[in-house]
Design a protein around this ligand. Structure first.
Ligand code: HEM
Ligand code: HEM
Length: 224
């Protein structure tokens, strides 16, 4: 990380428009594909359909790609560039409250924490969806707590009985899957709210930057 208080802007190709490339093409395609795949999975969820499953697996594939890209991708895609500990995140949030927050060229610490929350919740949603797709998968997880592993096979293993269905007709796993999907809605609302607030605060359209990949070149005081 470079603090531009103390150094010149390093190795950055500042174009004539005064912009620098921050988000590489794969991050941008990842982001907007994720938005579409999540929306399709959520909106097709009322009854199990191929559309729901395929969209859910696309989400899982995109998240898997992002995990790899976080290790080997371009500068601002790398987890090591933007993940900070909880204390840095809380201190950044205190700065936001006091209007002292500095501009980050990549993810700011709160955006980084949100990125982690979104990726983890999406993985858990897709994983519980995958479990639901075939009840024997739940039966294969006997060591998990009862709420996650409610299906118990018969002694001879022949006639598996799915005992996960609760009073309301929904299994515990279905319940967890649905809660996670709805938690995603909450996280997305906070995520988009954070994007809007930060855009206003630093007078820069961050959503457009996620389309073009470009942001205003770092100025003194910014963190690049
Ligand atoms: C239309 C609504 C949305 C807008 C305008 C938007 C915008 C953005 C922007 C500007 C960033 C970069 C934040 C930064 O500058 O630090 C970002 C990152 C991110 N957004 Fe969204 N977003 C939207 C919806 C979503 C949804 C629905 C999801 C999940 C399903 C999502 C998941 C993510 C993730 C995982 C990142 C981290 C990017 C990365 O480093 O890979 N976003 N979003
Ligand atoms: C990661 C993105 C996903 C999201 C946002 C999502 C969302 C949801 C939601 C909200 C429900 C509850 C529907 C309702 O009863 O109102 C649901 C149900 C379900 N989902 Fe997903 N899901 C995702 C991935 C998957 C995957 C990958 C699979 C399996 C291949 C899957 C399989 C199921 C099944 C079997 C149900 C129960 C359907 C029923 O009989 O009511 N989901 N999903």
């Amino acid at each position: 990380m470079i603090d531009t208080d103390s150094r010149d802007v390093p190795q950055m190709d500042v174009g004539t428009s005064g912009k620098v490339r921050v988000w590489d093409p794969l991050i941008r395609v990842f982001h907007w594909s994720l938005v579409v795949a999540f929306a399709v999975a959520y909106l097709s969820a009322e009854e199990l359909s191929t559309v729901h499953e395929v969209a859910g697996y696309v989400v899982a594939g995109l998240v898997a790609f992002r995990m790899i890209w976080g290790l080997v991708g371009s500068r601002y895609a790398r987890f090591a560039q933007f993940f900070k500990g909880p204390s840095a995140t809380f201190s950044y949030l205190r700065d936001v409250a006091g209007h002292r927050d500095r501009r980050y060229l990549g993810h700011n610490p709160a955006g980084a924490a949100m990125t982690a929350a979104l990726l983890i919740t999406l993985s858990a949603t897709a994983f519980t969806g995958w479990l639901l797709d075939d009840e024997t998968r739940i039966a294969m997880l006997p060591d998990l707590p009862q709420i996650i592993a409610p299906a118990i096979a018969d002694e001879d293993g022949q006639d598996r009985e799915y005992r996960g269905r609760g009073q309301g007709g929904e299994s515990a796993v279905e319940e967890v899957h649905e809660v996670l999907a709805n938690l995603m809605l909450l996280l997305i609302a906070v995520h988009v709210g954070g994007v809007v607030l930060t855009s206003l605060r630093h007078r820069e359209n961050l959503a457009r930057a996620m389309v073009t990949g470009e942001k205003r070149a770092p100025e003194p005081g910014d963190i690049a």
